[in-house]
Write a new protein. Structure first.
Length: 168
């Protein structure tokens, strides 16, 4: 008999707890995302499509050290390096990434590449609309990943210092 009373009391307590949560949620403001009519809001830490960053002079930050690809657990970063020259400077280091591809059919957005990069060249952006029926389109190339040059940087690149060839 005592155990039945105990069962009834614990059931009533559980019911009251559940109803408490329901009532609390009923009083809370409704959160509705109107995507795709309104762009969704992301937390700053959201890991979306990568961005290859530029420095303050508009040069690419990537120096083709391969640390990102070496740390990628999905093996989805493909890089080919090339040397900067006096007449053609693409990055601030000795080398730059002539080819930089990320295969988004394999990327798990773990962020290890971002953590491994010594120059903060690769970061996560907030892009997420990359779904496709054709997986070949999920291999994003450097041209798609690279941050656009600012108007000032573009102007500097169009009118580079004497003897330096424009990267744009
Ligand atoms: S986020 Fe992870 S899986 Fe994607 S490219 Fe970077 S290291 Fe590889
Ligand atoms: S993105 Fe960073 S880690 Fe990857 S090759 Fe370029 S500099 Fe190295």
């Amino acid at each position: 008999m005592a155990s039945k009373i105990q069962d009834a009391l614990s059931s009533a307590a559980a019911l009251a707890k559940g109803m408490g949560v329901t009532l609390k949620e009923m009083m809370s403001p409704t959160i509705t995302e109107d995507y795709p009519d309104v762009p969704p809001k992301f937390q700053e830490r959201y890991r979306g499509v990568h961005v290859l960053q530029r420095d303050e002079n508009g040069l690419e930050k990537c120096v083709a050290c391969f640390l990102c690809s070496a740390n990628c657990p999905s093996d989805c970063i493909y890089i080919e390096a090339a040397e900067n020259t006096d007449s053609l400077r693409i990055s601030g280091g000795e080398r730059y990434a002539r080819i930089y591809n990320i295969d988004y059919s394999r990327c798990i957005f773990c962020g290890y590449c971002v953590e491994a990069c010594p120059t903060d060249a690769i970061t996560h952006g907030h892009g997420f609309e990359i779904a496709s029926y054709d997986t070949s389109t999920l291999i994003w190339r450097k041209e798609q990943l690279l941050a656009p040059a600012s108007p000032r940087e573009t102007q500097t690149a169009i009118n580079p210092p004497p003897g330096v060839r424009s990267p744009v």
